[in-house]
Design a protein around this ligand. Sequence first.
Ligand SMILES: *Cc1c(COP(=O)(O)O)cnc(C)c1O
Length: 372
Amino acid sequence: MMYLLVVKLRMHETLSFANIRLTGPTPLPPSVRKAISRQIISHRSVEFKSYLERILQNLQYLMGTSQTPMIFTASGTGGLEAAIVNSFSRSDTVLSINSGYFANRFAKIAENFGLRTFRWELPYGSAIDPEELRKELRRWPKIDGVLLTHNESSTGTINNIKKICQVIREETQAKILVDAITSVGAVPIEMDALGIDVLITASQKALMSPPGLAIIAASSRILKFSSNFEAFYFSFKNMQKAISQGTTTYTPAILSIIGLDTALNLINKEGFENVCERHAELSKLCREELGKIGFKCFAERGFESPTISAFFVPPNWSASSLQSRLAEKNILVSIGHDEWKEKILRIGHMGYVNKNEIIHIIKNISEEIYKN
Ligand SMILES: *Cc1c(COP(=O)(O)O)cnc(C)c1O
């Protein structure tokens, strides 16, 4: 029943679009596409202010925070950089939980700014074990921050953010920075209740909006903190001030913001709980059906992501050859990163997606496999 809204919208879809099952960007719902085909408005206008007010309220709900989220015009990685330069100073020490390609990127940004960065390396596909993390935290006596990825898009693994934050809070006062780029909008996350200091997401994943917006919420201690990095474009303090006046510091991706407003309204209409349930069900469907034809899930059992499924490709296949075969059928999927590039296929079922589309992809994958 929860698919009703999506299915209904889908009927107006033309068939000329590819079936976009990438891990990002994700497809735009028709109403979002319609909302962004319009004349530009000023980001200093009353109209913009009213978009922003509604967006911020919806984001607060999805991010589980009473803080005012900030919207920077940047991709998700810009959001990660903004988080680092507003949360730490040059000689600070952070522990990076390296659970995959994106967690590694977060660590690289920290290193780039000269933070002392300890990396706790986990094998790709494994989830963060909270008790192992406790031991790790005890190994590093003075940690200013912990960097982690909620949903590791490179491996299709989701972490138990609640237990992880609990352990961090029991062991240290460190600032907790969470890359939640492929979880916000599809998985519940309670930023304030979990004591998360900075929660980062982006417009083009589960929020089914045009790319270009890094969305960040920060705790009061971060907003009060004066970093010696003295960010200019990415200054949280300046952005908070602008947002409180119903605008942004500089000219934002105005049309992406307008698209985001429509997308967030769609999530509201479907009901966030239903949206989360739909993602969990599609992920389960994907695993069960592809499991039947011998695809093994890459993620540690019990930690399979609701938004992205990663599978080992069958023997005698390379991920890119299967990817190209599917592309010929107008189905776009992603492959692995680093040493897993050719070994895993990643399917995004995040944002604007319904059951029929997943069934369609599964059917095509199994046809390709059996044809061989
Ligand atoms: C997509 C993504 C990012 C950011 O990528 P951009 O291309 O910079 O938007 C960061 N972390 C995760 C987990 C992601 O999935």
